[in-house]
Design a protein around this ligand. Structure first.
Ligand code: GLU
Length: 371
């Protein structure tokens, strides 16, 4: 199976404070070492990687021994001054183990928003990448005050991704993607693997809450998604707190992909193929199996059995009459509806469901064939 990250050429990875800094023990070096290994492997395979790293304030307050609770602006700026230098040293040393050179860039809002400064920042970061270095970017927290700050690194990372024409933004976060509602508050919340377009419905799912440690909750991640996808970069949100967080994405661990407006079909198929967690299965007849292999969509008429409790948009597996896996794809119907219409032709389906049928049970653009 090809990796879901292998098609991307320039990848911006945002690393949240909570992943990098432990309140008791400080910098999580063992975790950072596995991230650096992943970065080195992707770079070795030809991808250009930019890191947008938070953690300056969290690390600085630990080093300075500041008490828990909200810091005054000058205190967090002082903490950032101490934390940023430690952070830069850590990235530099850990990337060096893989023969990679780190270059630190600290941005303030105007650097991406004012045209002249934007061109300048873009030229510098572009030159760094051209020289084979890995840019390590953060907001210049020591001088940025509230009116002139991004405030959260989700949006900063999205601005960097679009400024640098990255084709992918990865947000390594404390949650493994977008859910229909914040899962901490709603145990029935369902994970959404793929977002085609950020609609008001998608925004409503994000809620507004942030975790204690990071500034950005899901809302700022969706805001970042709007910036990134509007600027031509796809975005992945996944939990970063496991070791080798980028390899986990490649393995198909749970995550949400937001498509850029112009994401090619191949990228979305790679994403679907790489998805581990299937919510259900469809069995199809021999005719449908042949049709799928020649690039057709799966119609209800060819389905002989429906297993599982999936919802529209979930990833499900498609099996042939002999029980062999043929494909996986994003299903257009909930399991209950799929059961009602299996084996039925399109003209009959409307009468059964009471609404106009969808074009297919699984559209061909939403399906990846098994290799
Ligand atoms: N720039 C801040 C820092 O390095 C983090 C902002 C954020 O967590 O989004 O501490």
């Amino acid at each position: 199976m090809t990796s879901v990250l292998s098609g991307y050429r320039r990848i911006t990875v945002k690393i949240g404070s909570a992943l990098l800094v432990d309140r008791e023990t400080g910098l999580r070096e063992a975790w950072l070492a596995t991230l650096a290994e992943d970065v080195a492997r992707l770079a070795g395979a030809g991808a250009e990687i930019l890191l947008v790293s938070s953690g300056a304030i969290a690390l600085g307050r630990k080093i300075l021994g500041l008490p828990p609770g909200t810091l005054k602006l000058e205190e967090s700026q002082a903490a950032a001054a101490v934390g940023q230098i430690a952070l830069a040293r850590a990235y530099s040393q850990i990337l060096d183990r893989h023969g990679l050179v780190a270059g630190q860039i600290l941005l303030t809002l105007g650097d991406t928003e004012e045209r002249r400064r934007y061109l300048n920042a873009r030229a510098t970061i572009g030159t760094l990448i051209g020289l084979g270095a890995v840019p390590v970017i953060n907001e210049n927290d020591t001088v940025a005050t509230s009116e002139i700050r991004y405030g959260d690194n989700d949006r900063l990372a999205a601005r960097v991704a679009t400024m640098m024409s990255a084709d992918l933004l990865v947000l390594l976060s404390d949650i493994d993607g977008l859910y229909t509602a914040p899962p901490a508050q709603d145990p029935g919340a369902r994970h959404i693997p793929l977002v085609e377009r950020i609609t008001p419905d998608i925004e409503a799912m994000a809620g507004g809450a942030a975790s204690e440690f990071s500034r950005g909750g899901m809302k700022t991640k969706i805001d970042a998604g709007k910036i990134a996808t509007g600027g031509g970069a796809a975005m992945i949100i996944t939990a970063g707190n496991r070791l080798h967080p980028l390899a986990a994405i490649e393995r198909g661990e749970r995550a949400t992909l937001f498509l850029a407006a112009d994401t090619p079909v191949t990228a979305r198929k790679r994403w679907i193929a790489g998805h581990l967690n299937a919510a259900g299965r469809l069995r199809v007849d021999a005719g449908a199996a042949t049709a799928l292999r020649t690039g057709k969509s799966l119609l209800a008429a060819g389905v002989t059995a429906v297993e599982g409790a999936f919802a529209r948009g979930d990833t499900i597996l498609v099996f042939g009459p002999q029980g062999q896996e043929i494909a996986r794809g994003l299903v257009a119907y909930d399991a209950d509806e799929a059961r009602q219409i299996l084996g039925k032709r399109t003209p009959e389906i409307e009468a059964i469901l009471g609404h106009a049928p969808r074009a297919a049970m699984i559209h061909r653009d939403d399906m990846a064939l098994a290799e």
